[in-house]
Design a protein around this ligand. Structure first.
Ligand SMILES: [Zn+2]
Ligand SMILES: [Zn+2]
Length: 437
């Protein structure tokens, strides 16, 4: 008998759901099973991303979306049914995922990625897939993923067109590098000084179709698969799909050496505490000890509205909520109805009045990262004690973290990273579509 091209072990002789995948010589179903995936957005793209992940056998997924299902979502969302209208997208998507693949553990987070989700969740994920409709959330994911050293794969659709792109932490260009003047104009309008008007800016709706969503989400998930297997991906590049003319091509982005996103937390200390267990001053004291300096700044992951200050009556109100999460109504003075000014904070130097607050009372999310700096040195503190309440059934205690069925000594697969400068795709040029390969 000649040596078969595909080696089948005894365990795989039984009827195997994933047998067809294993015909690909590089396929590693165990790696897929063990990979932790964070999916941000459960709209048109998110539905297709999640459907693909479920079919492929990904078993550990967190899905983040703050919205509820409306009738108009049903035309672009394979996971939702008419009786789901009114349910949260995250919960309905998680349930539908488990229906597609019952071995999966899917944790839904009904959360806004900008202010409800700690940076620790990005560090938990082996890969982050985004199906979003706005630049602000993409920029935020880009910065968090980069800081925590994680790859993220973006998708964007409009009408019949779309783009999929891969950004690897530490390997510029990143998403922020790709932003042009128009993008920054839009972003600055959303993030302008008058922070309270943001909710009005969030209303922009973009036409999307389930057909283009499936094309782009298909590329995104396929890139995730390839990346997990150490195969070349669209790192710092975009796959651009023109659905009207049936052309697609790969665009290469240029790294911006001045880019603000290129910060990686080199030292991450995982504190066992919950954020409810520690005051800001206690964390600051820990950082002073560790950095052996009295001159330490603890930086927050995001800006916090400390106070609303009324210029008409001089009244002040302490808020402690993330910038952007405070509505215009809340911003009005209860006495005279004037729109109050926002006083925002983003760090603690040891003397501010809010030092005695527990970290959980600062308006920052659970499982967040606090970067303590002294001069050039930085230690990022991760509040790991919060992880169980964020991850729910996906949480495994440190050291006991051994997936079912894995070999006791099997190390978690290292996620491959392409060598810097290695061309993954030929230089950007139009590709003739329409050929089935
Ligand atoms: Zn960049
Ligand atoms: Zn007032």
């Amino acid at each position: 008998m000649t040596d078969p091209a595909v080696h089948i072990t005894s365990g795989e002789l039984t009827e195997d759901r994933f047998g067809r995948f294993r015909l690909l010589p590089w396929w590693d179903q165990d790696r897929i099973r063990e990979t932790k995936v964070l999916v941000v957005g459960a709209g048109a793209l998110g539905n297709e991303i999640l459907k693909n992940l479920a079919l492929l056998g990904f078993e550990r997924v967190v899905v983040v979306d703050a919205d509820r299902i409306e009738l108009s979502n049903l035309s672009r969302s394979v996971l939702y049914r008419p009786h789901d209208i009114g349910r949260t997208k995250a919960e309905a998507a998680a349930a539908a995922y488990r229906n597609l693949y019952d071995r999966a553990v899917v944790q839904p987070l009904v959360s806004n990625i900008l202010w409800d989700v700690g940076v620790g969740l990005f560090g938990w994920a082996d890969v982050i897939l985004a199906g979003l409709d706005n630049r602000e959330a993409r920029l935020w994911i880009n910065r968090c993923a980069w800081k925590m050293g994680r790859p993220w794969i973006d998708g964007a659709i409009e009408g019949l067109n779309g783009v999929a792109r891969v950004f690897l932490s530490g390997c510029p260009p990143c998403y922020e590098c790709t932003l042009g003047e128009t993008d920054w104009d839009i972003l600055e309008r959303r993030m302008s000084c008058n922070l309270l008007t943001r909710e009005e800016m969030a209303a922009g709706k973009v036409p999307t179709t389930p057909t283009t969503a499936s094309v782009i989400a298909g590329i995104q998930v396929q890139e995730a698969l390839k990346h997990l297997h150490g195969l070349p991906v669209l790192a710092g590049k975009g796959y651009v799909f023109d659905g009207m003319n049936h052309t697609s091509y790969v665009v290469e982005y240029t790294a911006n050496p001045e880019c603000f996103s290129h910060h990686v937390h080199e030292t991450i200390v995982r504190l066992p505490h919950r954020s409810a267990d520690l005051t800001l001053e206690e964390l600051h004291a820990e950082a002073r000890r560790e950095l052996q300096s009295e001159d330490v700044v603890v930086e927050f992951s995001r800006d916090i509205v400390h106070k609303l200050v009324c210029s008409s009556c001089g009244g002040e109100e302490e808020v402690f909520a993330p910038v952007g999460a405070v509505s215009v109504e809340r911003g009005r003075c209860p006495r005279d109805g004037a729109l109050r000014a926002v006083s925002a904070i983003h760090s603690y130097t040891g003397s501010e009045s809010y030092g005695l607050r527990r970290l959980s009372a600062l308006g920052l999310p659970l499982w967040d990262v606090y970067a303590a700096r002294s001069g050039e040195r930085e230690i990022a503190y991760l509040l790991s004690g919060d992880a169980p309440s964020v991850l729910g059934p996906l949480w495994v205690p440190p050291d006991a973290a051994r997936p079912e069925g894995a070999q006791p000594d099997a190390a978690r697969p290292e996620v491959a990273r392409p060598e810097a400068g290695q061309p993954d795709v030929e230089e950007a040029r139009p590709v003739l579509p329409g050929v089935a390969v």
